[in-house]
Design a protein around this ligand. Structure first.
Ligand code: C5P
Length: 417
């Protein structure tokens, strides 16, 4: 995964996780962990450090304790530390688990789920995003065993930061240097805060699912949207305290608990009407529906018959719902989606402009992500910035997206004259 640097002033505008559990494993790059803790503390991020037994040969617990302002843990069997904060509690405390440096040994141990030390146990006991900044000799990095372990970890959703190429502490030159602390901080900044958004008092309108465009009484043009992302957003918004209206295309999903109103529609034009009607009383609109761009020019009242030979369909363009909502005054905060198979950033940014949206959540379709899938990953763009929401189930992503929407809406309102 590629991380873009926050284009805002990083020091004054930290929107990343607030609580970082930093695992430090054994390698000369462990000295950079000290700098990393400082950089995070400067941004008022809470950091709790866990050292592996090998890390302690490279860096002192006292140093990291002084820099983080928190006790440093290094053992599962430290009765006093466990009494103060048990390891399961520590795993729950974190918004994100970051291991920097992640040695070849640590990657292997994590890939195989070993839990015979504190760091391994914490990683198993955590369902938070796991970020790994590997650091090792170039041949250790290139070794098929390491690469296989990485592939396993990535397939489970871990994000790999780096490594860099260049001169190594062992005197060799190649790939395996740990990313510089600033680059790791920039990667962390692109993760949304894990804290749930507080949407109490806000009215949120969500569209979800496909639209179906009828050709005749039995046939239609449609798409493969399941509606799950939009329904997860509606559920998370209701959970965050919003009054939620859900406009749903034809899907077979139950209304999420807490959703105040559901309007079922079939075609893009019906969705257009329902959304315009409901948007007048909305503070935030999240357009997650996969709206058909075109509809048949004619809808036959009888089933179309085969005539032999080719059939040509004339299609008319459907109204763009988001663009229509952007013209409303007062105008709700508008979030659109962009499902793309290529050039995601360029196309998502173009949509920000063409549709007049405040935020575009882009997802790459294909490679097991996006439409008709359980998991998703989103790159969220706004004028002047972006955030990566790492691969996760749609419920988690919906929560993270809402937290980001709440932050961006607050920032937009602050910036408004
Ligand atoms: O242009 P495209 O379909 O890729 O844009 C996707 C975004 O625009 C989604 O948020 C979708 O709900 C919205 N959209 C719309 N009206 C359309 C087509 C798409 O609001 N006719």
């Amino acid at each position: 995964m590629r991380f873009a640097h926050d284009t805002g002033r990083a020091m004054s505008a930290w929107h990343g996780p607030q609580r970082v559990l930093l695992g430090v494993s054994g390698g000369i790059a462990a000295y950079k962990a000290c700098e990393l803790v400082r950089r995070l503390r400067e941004r008022e991020v809470e950091v709790r450090v866990v050292l592996t037994a090998n890390a302690e040969r490279f860096v002192g617990a006292t140093t990291l304790q002084a820099l983080s302002g928190q006790p440093v843990r290094n053992s599962l069997w430290d009765a006093a530390a466990e009494a103060a904060m048990g390891h399961i509690e520590l795993a729950r405390w974190a918004d994100v688990v970051l291991i920097a440096p992640a040695s070849a040994n640590t990657l292997a141990r994590l890939a195989h789920g070993l839990a015979d030390d504190l760091l391994g146990t914490l990683c198993l006991a955590s369902d938070r995003p796991l970020l790994l900044a590997p650091a090792m000799n170039r041949l250790m990095w290139a070794h098929p065993a390491t690469q296989a372990n990485l592939a396993l970890l990535q397939a489970r959703g871990a994000q790999i930061l780096g490594p860099d190429s260049g001169a190594q502490a062992c005197g060799e030159v190649g790939t395996g240097r740990m990313l510089e602390p600033d680059a790791i901080v920039a990667a962390l900044a692109t993760l949304a805060p894990a804290a749930a958004a507080d949407l109490r008092g806000l009215r949120v309108l969500v569209s979800a699912g496909p639209t179906l465009e009828d050709l005749d009484p039995v046939r239609y043009l449609g798409n493969r949207s399941s509606g799950r992302m939009g329904f997860a957003i509606a559920a998370a918004a209701a959970q965050a305290g919003a009054t939620v209206t859900l406009v749903a295309g034809p899907v077979s999903l139950p209304t999420p608990p807490g959703v105040a109103r559901r309007v079922d529609v079939r075609s893009a034009r019906q969705m257009h009407a329902a959304m315009l009607d409901a948007a007048r009383a909305a503070d935030i609109v999240i357009a997650a529906a996969a709206v058909a761009d075109y509809r048949p020019a004619q809808v036959s009242t009888h089933k179309l018959k085969k005539h032999g030979g080719a059939l040509t369909l004339e299609l008319l363009e459907n109204p763009d719902i988001l663009a229509a909502l952007a013209a409303l005054r007062p105008r709700p905060f508008l979030v659109g989606f962009a499902a793309e198979t290529e050039q995601l950033e360029t196309r998502a940014r173009a949509k920000l402009v063409s549709k007049g949206a405040d935020l575009i959540a882009g997802n790459r379709v294909g490679a097991g992500l996006g439409i008709e899938t359980e998991d998703n990953a989103l790159s969220v763009f706004w004028h002047g910035g972006q955030h990566e929401l790492a691969r996760a189930d749609k419920t988690t992503l919906a929560r993270e997206l809402l937290a980001l929407i709440a932050t961006r809406r607050a920032a937009a309102r602050e910036a408004a004259p």
